[in-house]
Design a protein around this ligand. Sequence first.
Ligand code: NIG
Ligand code: FE
Length: 426
Amino acid sequence: MNGNLIVKNAAQLVTCSGFAARQGAAMNDLAIIENGAVKIENGRITAVGPTPEVTAGIDPDAFTVIDASGKAVLPGFVDSHTHFVFGGYRAEEFSWRLRGDSYMDIMARGGGIFSTVEATRKTGREELAATGRARLDSMLAFGVTTVEGKSGYGLDRETEIRQLEVMAELDRGHPVDVVPTFLGAHAVPPEYQGRPDAFIDFIITEVLPEVSERGLAEFCDIFCEDKVFSVAQSRRLLTAAAERGLGITLHADEIVRIGGAELAAELGAVSADHLLQASNEGIAAMAAAGVVATLLPTTAFSLKEPYARGRHMIDAGCAVALATDLNPGSCFSESIPLVVALACLYMNLTPEEAICALTLNGAAAAGRADRVGSIDCGKQGDLVILEFPSYRFIPYHMGVNTVERVIKNGRLVYDRREKEDHAAIY
Ligand code: NIG
Ligand code: FE
C-alpha cells in the first residue's frame, strides 16, 4: 500500500475536529459525521465528509478502499503520558502495596523508582529497544498511534541519554510515533541523596545541554512532589528547559498538594499531569493559562488513591487529556479501555469528553495537535476502526479492547481479524 486510502460508509466518523485542545464544555462536541468517509493521500488526510461526497469521482485503482459499514471510525489515540522504556519489573511491589505499604514508603526505603533505575542502568540498548518495541506493539493494538515516552530511569547522563536514543530508534522503526520527554529529574539518585539542589544543577549543566542540542527530547518533565522535588526546584529546571526551547510538563500534585498546578499555570506548561490533589485555585489558573490537565485514572486505581477531579476541571474550563502512565511501578497497564471506563465511572467524564481527552486533547498535551488527534484535512492519516458502530462501546465494554483495525499514515498496520476468529466471539 502507498498511503492512499479511503475509509467509507463508517456508521460514525468521530472526527474530534480541531487543531488545538478543546477546553471545558467544548469537549462534549465530537463533530461526528454519520455514514462518513475519509480520503488519505500519501499518508495525509485530504477529504472528510459524508461518504457520497468524499467518494464522488474517485479513481478506485488509485486507492485501497476499506468499507467500515457498521463500525465507528475515530482518530488514532494519543497516549500522552507513559514511561514505556525501562528495565526490570516490580511485581513484588504490587503485593507490598496490597498489604498496605504506600508507594512513597516503598520509594523512601530505596524501592519504587530506584529499583527501576538500578535495573535500567544495567540494561543494554538492544534489550531496552526490544522490550520497548513489544510495548509499542501492545499499545498499537489498543488504537494508540502516537505515544509520549519519558526517560527518568537513569538519573545519570549515560542512561538518560540511552533511554532517549532508544525512543528515537523506536520512533524511526515502529508505526507508532514516539514523542520523547526528558525526565532526568524523576527522583534524587543515591549519589545525590540529601542534595536535591545539587542534582538539579547537574541535570541543568551536564545533561540538559546535550539533550537539547541533539534534539533528543521535545519536552522536559519533573516529579514535583513532597519529598522529591520542590516547587522552587521544579521552577528552576523547567525554566532552564524552556530557555532551551523544550516544551514543559510536570508530574504535579499527585500525592501531596504542594502547588504543582499553580506552577504549571505560572510557567505556561503545555500539560500538568496526575493532579489528584490539585487545588481549586490551581485548577482555575490552569484553565486560564490553557494548560492541559492530563489525568491518569489507572494510576489512581492501581495506587488506591482518590481519583483526580476530572468533572470539576472540565466544569472549571480546563482542557482534560487522558493517558495510561504505563510504567513498571505505579501503573503497569497500557489498557486504553480501562482508562476510559474509569474516567467515565469515577471521574464523571461523559463518554464524549473521554474520547476528546484521548484524541485531540491528548495530541495537544503531546504538542502534536497540529498533526494528529483528529480527522481533519492536512493531518496524518491515523485512524482507529472499532468493531462496534459507536464510540460509546469504548467505556461500556469495560476494560475490553474494541479496536479492530488501526491505520497509520494511510496504511493498515493492525488488523485483529487476522489474529482471532472474530465472528466466533460476537
Ligand atoms: O507517573 N510519580 C512518578 N512517576 C511515575 C511512576 C514511576 C514509577 O513508579 O516507576 C508516575 O506514576
Ligand atoms: Fe508518570
